[in-house]
Every structure is written in structure tokens, then in C-alpha cells.
Design a binder for this molecule. Structure first.
Ligand code: PRP
Length: 174
């Protein structure tokens, strides 16, 4: 399944660092982690265990309207939060930021709900693909423009459960 880009040990070590940083920044508060389905589920599960604080979690789902609509920036909420975030310290947890359109949408959407604070934590940043400038507060790894699978990342819905992050080289057999 392609070569390993980020092995599980590096994911775990970086996730621990991010968890400590979040715990430090939000010490004494009770932040709400919001995972964006589906890719962020594995990262979310590891991150919450790395934060030395009392944490609540919730999830939401978004989708774009396909490739063409995506470039026009259309992002759609397909499953909303189950709790109010008004007055809460909220951290959006994403697996990857690519064009930036999804997180730009989520940041704007969340801001209207009047959280006390809003931060974004992403595992992977494909910075070379950015079309919309979006503020990222915690970043695991900056990666090149390669297709990745494993640790939440899928190809046609599969391979999310691989423990490492692999890169699929163009033309290479999966
Ligand atoms: C991925 C990722 C982000 C989005 C990032 O979701 O989880 O939500 O794309 O891309 P952008 O920065 O260009 O908006 P995907 O549509 O693959 O869904 P999934 O998480 O269910 O795999």
C-alpha cells in the first residue's frame, strides 16, 4: 500500500506534543473537541487521550458538492453538532487541510455560534494546495502534495484503518 510517509511512532509522538500544547493553552478550562467525520476519527481518539485535561467531544460531518463545486467553495453540513458551543472553548479537529475551503467554512460557521474561543488542530497540512488562507492553531505535519491513505485517510472509502500514513505514488499499484 505505497511507501510509509509517516510511521505510527511519529504520529504518536507528534500527537502527544499537540496534546500537551493544547492542555497547556487551555489549562483550567473544559474545552470541547469537535471532530470532523470521517477522516479525523482516528486522530481525535488519540489526541483526546494526549490532552492532560477534562475534555468533552462531539462530531460533525461536512461534504463538498463534488470536484467542480468544491473549487467554487461549496461546502455543506451533513451532520451537525449535538451540543451548543456558545460560551465554550472549542477546538476543531481535522485530519487534513488541503484547499482550506472546508476549514474556512467551519471557522465561519462556528464563529456565528458565539464560542468563547475557537481553535483548529489539524494532523496534516498540504500547504502547497492552499486556495483559501485559513488560520491553523495546531499542526501535526506539513506534507507535500501527495495522495495519502491510512490513519483515517481513505481511497474509495477503504484503508482508513492502516496504522501508518502511506503515500500513493502516481501510477504505482495500490
Ligand atoms: C477531507 C478532509 C477535510 C477536507 C480538506 O475530507 O477531512 O475535511 O477534505 O480539504 P479542503 O481543505 O480542500 O477543504 P473528505 O472529503 O476526504 O472526507 P472524509 O474526512 O470523510 O474522508
Amino acid at each position: 500500500m505505497g511507501r510509509v510517509l509517516i510511521p505510527r511512532e511519529e504520529i504518536a509522538a507528534r500527537t502527544s506534543e499537540l496534546g500537551r500544547a493544547i492542555g497547556h493553552d487551555l489549562a483550567g478550562r473544559n474545552p470541547l473537541l469537535v471532530g470532523v467525520l470521517k477522516g479525523a476519527v482516528l486522530f481525535m481518539a488519540d489526541l483526546i487521550r494526549a490532552i492532560p485535561a477534562s475534555i468533552a467531544m462531539d462530531f460533525m460531518a461536512v461534504s463538498s458538492y463534488g470536484a467542480r463545486a468544491r473549487s467554487s467553495g461549496a461546502v455543506r453540513l451533513t451532520a451537525d453538532l449535538s451540543v451548543s458551543i456558545e460560551g465554550r472553548d472549542v477546538i476543531i479537529v481535522e485530519d487534513i487541510v488541503d484547499s482550506g475551503r472546508t476549514l474556512d467554512y467551519l471557522r465561519r460557521n462556528f464563529a456565528t455560534r458565539r464560542p468563547k474561543s475557537l481553535a483548529v488542530c489539524v494532523l496534516l497540512d498540504k500547504i502547497g494546495r492552499r486556495e483559501v488562507d485559513v488560520k491553523l492553531d495546531y499542526v501535526g505535519f506539513v506534507i507535500p502534495d501527495r495522495f495519502v491513505v491510512g490513519y483515517g485517510f481513505d481511497l474509495g472509502g477503504l484503508y482508513r484503518g492502516l496504522p501508518d500514513i502511506h503515500v500513493l505514488e502516481p501510477g504505482a499499484p495500490a
